[in-house]
Design a protein around this ligand. Structure first.
Ligand code: FE
Ligand code: FE
Ligand code: ZN
Length: 280
């Protein structure tokens, strides 16, 4: 059993999102907690949430991977940007309690010239402000491509954040295949070595979800341009090895590929097919 799906628009509410997932053949998926550019969160309608939770139970969906807005930069050099990010983060975690037991993924942020150490410190402070022992959501730090002053382009940087966080049981990692590839981790030809390095630096049991994207650029390019599965530099065979990996293949796999419904339906089917295909 694998858990695979794509990023689904949440603009029409929870139930509509669940129905869309069913249409595409997904049994796990991602959604933005609000407009990806930030802005006000939509009102939560209890009946809508109820219908959604019933669907999730009926179809035995895996964990959902909510995504924080892209504009959230918890380690900005500008206090107003930081405050906005921290407020959004806190509000979103409160909203996530309506669908308990799922994941909330966010980009650690960009230090914009303050230096990595300062940036990491701001991220830790936000996490220590908002992670509560009683919450039912696990927050995920996403591995980043390391473009510009982005934090999270190395496993060591994520580990440094981890070290400073008090509520460690509420924290995990989401590995984005395009991002780690662009950051210089060779998941195409040396997957096991990368997994081992992750295990040594962070610990494999802290890896909770995957973003499965091919990359438009060669390894180490630090660009972060997603490609459809098999149409980039990582290639279909590498995703076959990922989905059949004893640890990686059990995690929720979220497609963030430049696609339409037909394309995602095909990619979801491809992952199921690759999960069953014998090892090449
Ligand atoms: Fe992301
Ligand atoms: Fe991603
Ligand atoms: Zn990306």
């Amino acid at each position: 059993m694998i858990y695979v799906g794509n990023h689904i628009s949440s603009s029409k509410g929870f139930e509509a999102m669940g129905k869309q997932a069913l249409k595409l053949g997904a049994n796990s998926f991602a959604f933005f907690t609000r407009n990806p550019r930030g802005g006000a969160a939509k009102e939560i309608i209890p009946k809508d949430v109820e219908a959604f939770l019933a669907l999730a139970k009926e179809h035995k969906w895996g964990k959902l991977v909510a995504h924080a807005p892209y504009t959230m930069n918890p380690c900005s050099d500008k206090p107003s940007v930081r405050e906005f990010a921290w407020r959004v983060f806190g509000e979103d975690l409160e909203r996530m309690e309506y669908i308990p037991g799922n994941y909330y993924n966010f980009h650690p942020g960009s230090h914009v010239g303050q230096g990595t150490e300062m940036g990491i410190d701001w991220i830790i402070r936000m996490l220590n402000t908002h992670l509560k022992p009683e919450q039912h959501t696990t927050v995920l730090l996403e591995t980043m491509a390391g473009k510009g002053s982005e934090i999270g382009g190395s496993f060591q940087e994520l580990r440094a954040i981890w070290d400073g966080v008090m509520e460690k049981e509420k924290l995990g990692i989401c590995l984005d295949t395009c991002h780690v590839w662009d950051a210089g981790y060779d998941i195409r030809d040396h997957l096991e070595a990368v997994v081992e390095e992750f295990d040594q630096v962070i610990g494999l049991d802290h890896l909770k979800a995957l973003h499965v994207n091919d990359s438009q650029n060669p390894m180490g390019a630090r660009k972060d341009r997603h490609a459809r599965i098999g149409e980039g530099h990582i290639g279909k065979e590498a995703f076959g090895r990922i989905v059949r990996h004893p640890v990686l293949g059990k995690l929720p796999m979220i497609l963030e590929t430049p696609n339409d419904d037909e394309g995602w339906t095909g990619e979801i089917a491809l992952f199921r097919q690759m999960a069953e295909a014998p090892l090449a």
